[in-house]
Design a protein around this ligand. Sequence first.
Ligand code: PGA
Length: 249
Amino acid sequence: MIIAGNWKMNFDMESAQTFIDQIVQYPNWKSTVILCVPYPLIYPLSTLISKPHLYMGAQNCHDKLSGAYTGEVSSTLLSSVGCEYVILGHSERREYFHETDKLVYQKILSALNSGLKPIYCCGENLQERENNTYISTIQQQLEQSILLLSSEQIQNIAIAYEPVWAIGTGHTASSDQAQEVHRFIRQQLTDKYGVFIGQKIPLLYGGSCNPKNANDLFSMPDIDGGLIGGASLKVEDFISLIQIADKVK
Ligand code: PGA
């Protein structure tokens, strides 16, 4: 199981350090735990997290490896400061920064070239859910990005299904709704890469996942963990989610 926290644009150095101090004191867990934090926190926190199964992640990177792109951060730099994962294609980046599937694909290639593992996000908006077109939305997102990768590349990817209507809203997808889409994504992967690889790729659910609903979600056969926003900011909730993940699978 994977529990990835997405801190978004929250915390400063002091509050981040308090969070880490608490989490490293907790007894060892078996799930993979990733903290996707704002850029300036990656290096200092990476020096504090000497704990098995705990990794640093970023929330974005540029698609080029270096160059005159004022204000941007490359995957090469991330990799050199202790970052191992990067969230790409998050719906907030797609909405507020107009990131297209094409750009997200370029960023995935850049991240893989630098040795980072992308956590690729996909998901439909409320209208697509209500119009019952959500499966074709997801299919299109996959076809324009991760399904273009080679068998070797895809094995370094995790996919997060994050229905946009569930992110930060308190409206979680039901475990059956999430499982339906996860099953579909799994099928796409096995059709393209075969059962052996398709079964191995971690599929995370994201969108108002918290200690109350995690047990039901994580118990579903094609859900391999969660991408956690709000509940990753409260250390007690985040630890509960790790405990649930460890218990369920
Ligand atoms: P949320 O965010 O858990 O606050 O809904 C999830 C995400 O945006 O990754």
